[in-house]
Design a protein around this ligand. Structure first.
Ligand SMILES: Nc1ncnc2c1ncn2[C@@H]1O[C@H](COP(=O)(O)OP(=O)(O)OP(=O)(O)O)[C@@H](O)[C@H]1O
Length: 972
């Protein structure tokens, strides 16, 4: 502990010493000891006492002069002088011995006490300043490299050069100085100051007077601008002026003191010089002494001169400082003036703004008052209104309450009555239930009866159909075309369509009862009926082809009435498909389903009749190109013997063929219908079925005929070629009418040969075929008369009885026989050719044609030549003995006088090619050679000539009257 205590004491002593060194360093510029100097180093510095004396002099200038006459050359005397000052100040001192060789702590403590005393003295002086004034420390003596100003401030060291901060002056003396300078100029009147300023007597005025003037101005300005100049500024200015005054007075005092000292010394030295001069006249020794003394005096004098010079320099410096102070005062005055001017302006601005604001606020206050008044009024109004409202509401509430009470009462009544009604209802319900159950029972009976009735009806329908079937009536389906896009505004001639095939046509050109005409057909398809629906109605008919029946479907109607739409369809999509595509598609479907029991072969022919010429629409070339197949050999009894017969395997084959056929159709354009086809198109489907089990065969044939338009020639505005076309069409349709009329009348003679069309349709119309006619009508009222004519014709057609249809089925034996017949036919054909060749040769060399008897072979024709003669006759006349024998078993018509492909082809040309199909046809009717067939019964010449009046052709909408009727031939 002792060691630690010793160390602590050492540290403490070091710190105290460092403090002293630091303080002295700041005080004495020449004191340059480092802070960590030792006691000995400090002692060495202080031992001669000059540093101590100089310190005392610095802190209290002139204090040593009063102590034994200033500095001494002996160091001990200097130390003693310093100690005497310390003692005078009542501070702890030290012995000279301590300084020379003892502990330095007493010296350090003495100096620190002196420092503290000086600081305390300064604090005393500072306490004279107002508390708010920031304590302005006197700038510390700067010793570069020793301390920072911050450190100085921290240590509280003050400028020792400033005498007013000197501890000696901080006492009574300093106070006197302050009081003196304050009391000197404050009583100077402001008027006198302004007088002085005006009289320009500033140059000669004493500094104190000037300061008083400044103070006066300041006071007066402050007085005037009271409240405008911030207190801080006033206070600062006052302090600055006081500070300047103070400094000047101190400096003046100092100079005075110096002067008086110099003066007393001068007097002293003068007296001494006088004394010495008297002594000069004394002894030499005394002279020498006097000289020495004089020397000393001179030295002293030079010293004094130096000091005087220093004093003068100080004087100059002080004067300069004074000037500076004066300048500062002037600047401050100017600043004050500027500031007061600024304050004046600012005040004026503020006053102006204040007045504006006041005005504005007054206005706003008035507005607010006005608004307040208004709002008060509104509030009053609203209050009165709300009062009225509340009164009204309370009245209403009362009414409502009473109403509610009434309602409650009535609800009560209603409840009571509803309960009674419920009871009644319950009773009624019970009653009704019984009654309903009774009615249900009755209804059930009725339903059963109705079901029976429907069953009976269906049965009736079936029976009726069967009767029809047995009778072989031509079925007639009427289809009404919808208005086309762009015909929205048109009115319809179709007035009513019934469920049982009735259709009522109105004719606006006729009045009353005559304006309406009712027709009845097997079925009417209204405008909205789809292609599929139409087909579903004729599907069973078409399917019967597979069972060996001949079926003929033809579409009849004026141009643009939808014949092609029904038969072929408007486009290639499946929904658009017409009867043609759907029929073939259906046939393929069924044949596929029956493939295990039946094998079917389907072949297709497509021809058109254009201007009474038959054209093959599926010529070999095209078919080969498109399908890569050739037409097969012609089967017996073909409708159009020379037309290509194309085998088809699938619907797509059919589609391709149809495309070819359509492309080849002669299509012309008329004023009525741009796409109007000007020819009759006939699609014939041959179906040969073979029962794979029993070998029996069937042959069915389906004609699908799209007739040319039946419009009037004059209406279609046709001329030239078109007129010719129209005439041919009308002629053929007229012939069709004649045939149908004959059939309807059951005439023995049916004029099939009057046109190519009737010849083609002969087997379908006259044979045991199933025939259906689509009669197409245009709903437009403008086409009303055409429509009525068309429907009249259809009505007649529907009356035609063809007799029960018959299936072309052959047993195995018949089939064998047919095959034998076919081979025989070929043999005969060959013989035919030989005979013909012989005949040709005979013509070339008649001798070679005479037989042994010399008679000509021409006179005695062989059976074959007789047959050929007959054929030639037939070709020429266009009529055969079988003309009216519509008993063909296949799709054959009677003999034809046309050939397909080229109407100009000669018989010789045909012979070159081989036996004509016509010949073959003739020979193979019913599978027997013509010669071996029994001669048909002569038909009763009931009506060999049909009067035009009775002819149905007159009812057909044609220009038949303009066409010469065909030449009628008498049936053999
Ligand atoms: N049922 C229908 N639904 C919609 N459009 C139809 C119908 N029937 C016919 N049409 C349209 O009417 C126009 C004429 O029809 P289409 O060519 O079939 O008449 P057409 O009687 O065959 O004429 P043409 O005698 O000149 O051959 C076509 O644009 C066709 O698409």
């Amino acid at each position: 502990m002792g060691t630690f205590g010793g160390q602590f004491e050492d540290f403490h002593a070091d710190d105290r010493r460092a403090e002293v060194i630091d303080w002295l360093g700041g005080l004495l510029p020449e004191f340059d000891l480092p802070l960590d100097s030792s006691d000995e180093e400090l002692r060495e510095y202080l031992i001669d006492g000059t540093a101590l004396c100089y310190t005392a002099d610095k802190l209290m200038p002139g204090v040593l002069e009063g102590v034994w006459g200033g500095y001494a050359s002996d160091h001990r005397s200097n130390v003693k002088k310093f100690l005497s000052v310390i003692a005078e100040m009542g501070l702890p001192g030290f012995s000279v011995k301590d300084l020379e060789e003892g502990s330095m702590s007493s010296i350090v403590e003495c100096l620190l006490a002196l420092r503290d005393n000086v600081s305390a003295g300064l604090g005393e002086n500072m306490s004279n300043y107002p508390a708010k004034t920031p304590a302005r420390p006197v700038a510390p003596v700067s010793t570069p490299g020793r301390r920072s100003p911050g450190e100085d401030r921290r240590r509280g060291l003050w400028d020792a050069k400033s005498p007013q901060r000197s501890p000696l002056l901080s006492g009574q003396k300093a106070n006197e100085v302050f009081q003196f300078k304050r009391g000197q100029y404050t009583d100077l009147p402001a008027a006198k100051i302004s007088e002085m300023i005006q009289s320009n007597s500033l140059d000669n005025a004493p500094t104190q007077s000037l300061l008083r003037v400044v103070n006066g101005i300041l006071d007066e300005s402050i007085e005037r601008k009271r409240g405008e100049i911030p207190h801080r500024v006033v206070y600062l200015l006052r302090n600055v002026v006081q500070e300047i005054e103070h400094r000047i007075s101190i400096q003046a005092e100092h100079i005075r003191n110096q002067n008086s000292i110099i003066k007393t010394r001068e007097d002293k030295y003068r007296s001494k010089i006088k004394a010495l001069e008297t002594l000069v006249n004394g002894t030499n020794e005394e002279n020498e002494m006097a000289i020495n003394r004089l020397e000393l005096v001179k030295v002293e004098k030079s010293k004094i001169d130096e000091r005087r010079k220093i004093g003068e320099q100080d004087m100059v410096r002080l004067m300069r400082e004074k000037e500076n102070a004066e300048n500062t005062v002037t600047n401050l005055q100017q600043e004050i003036q500027v500031m007061s001017r600024m304050f004046e302006e600012y005040r004026e601005q503020m006053e102006e703004k204040t007045s504006q604001m006041e005005e504005h606020l007054t206005l706003r206050a008035k507005e607010a008052e006005f608004l307040l008044m208004q709002s008060k009024k509104r509030v009053e109004e609203v209050e009165t209104a709300s009062e009225l409202q509340s009164q009204l509401w309370s009245k209403k509430a009362n009414t409502f309450r009473s109403f509610m009470d009434n309602q409650k009462l009535s609800i009560k009544d209603i409840r009571i009555s509803s309960q009674s009604i419920k009871q009644e209802m319950f009773a009624l319900q019970m009653k009704w239930r019984d009654e309903i159950s009774n009615i249900g029972l009755d209804l059930k009976g009725l339903v059963d009866a109705a079901e029976n009735y429907h069953g009976v009806l269906a049965e009736n329908q079936k029976l009726f159909n069967e009767v029809q079937e047995l009778k072989g009536n031509i079925r007639v389906y009427c289809r009404v075309r919808p208005f086309l896009p762009g015909q929205d505004g048109k009115s319809t001639a179709v007035d009513y369509i019934g469920e049982n095939g009735e259709i009522l046509i109105s004719n606006p050109s006729k009045q009353g009862k005559d304006g309406y005409r009712m027709f009845k057909f097997n079925k009417i398809f209204n405008t909205h009926v789809s292609q599929a629906e139409v087909f579903s109605d004729i599907q069973p008919l078409i399917r019967s082809v597979l069972d060996g029946f001949n079926v003929c479907i033809f579409a009849y109607g004026q141009t643009g009435s939808g014949k092609t739409y029904t038969m072929s369809g408007p486009g290639k999509s499946k929904e658009d498909w017409g009867v043609n595509y759907r029929a073939l598609n259906d046939l393929f479907d069924i044949s596929l389903k029956r493939r295990n029991t039946f094998s079917y072969e389907v072949e297709v022919q497509m021809v058109e009749i254009y201007n009474e010429q038959v054209r093959d629409l599926l010529s070999n070339d095209i078919a080969q190109k498109r399908l890569g197949i050739w037409s097969t050999s012609q089967p017996n009894g073909l409708v159009v013997p020379d037309a290509s017969l194309i085998p088809v395997k699938s619907t797509s084959d059919v589609l391709d063929l149809m495309e070819i056929g359509q492309a080849n159709r002669a299509v012309g354009s008329t004023a009525l219908n741009e796409r109007s086809s000007r020819s009759h198109s006939i699609l014939t489907v041959h179906v040969r079925g073979l029962d794979v089990k029993n070998g029996s065969a069937s042959r069915g044939c389906l004609h699908l005929i799209d007739l040319a338009g039946s419009e009037r020639v004059e209406r279609s505005e046709a001329t030239g070629d078109r007129l010719k076309e129209a005439q041919h069409i009308n002629k053929s349709l007229s012939a069709l009418g004649d045939v149908i009329f004959a059939l309807a009348q059951k005439n023995a003679h049916v004029p099939y040969r009057n046109s190519k069309l009737t010849q083609v349709l002969q087997s379908s119309l006259g044979g045991q075929a199933k025939t259906l006619m689509f009669v197409q009508i245009n709903p437009d009222v403008e086409s009303c008369s055409e429509t009525i004519s068309t429907l009249k014709f259809a009505e007649r057609v529907s009356g035609v009885e063809l007799g029960a249809a018959r299936s072309n089925k052959e047993g195995k034996d018949i089939k064998d026989l047919l095959e034998q017949v076919a081979s025989l036919k070929d043999t005969i054909s060959r013989k035919d050719m030989e005979i013909e060749q012989l005949q040709v040769n005979k013509v070339k060399s008649p001798s070679s044609l005479t037989d042994k008897s010399g008679s000509s072979l021409l006179k005695q024709p062989s059976t074959a030549s007789q047959q050929n003669q007959l054929i030639s006759g037939s070709i020429g006349s266009g009529e055969t003995e079988y003309e009216d024998n519509a008993s063909d078993d296949g799709c054959s018509v009677g003999e034809t006088e046309y050939s397909v492909g080229s109407a100009s082809e000669s018989a010789a040309d045909r012979m070159q090619k081989g036996p004509s199909r016509l010949t073959r046809f003739f020979l193979t009717k019913n599978g027997q050679p013509a010669a071996s067939r029994p001669k048909p019964k002569e038909p009763a010449p009931k009506s060999t000539t049909i009067g035009r009046r009775n002819s149905i052709a007159s009812q057909v909408p044609t220009a038949a009257s303009s066409i010469k009727p065909p030449k009628k031939r008498v049936v053999q």
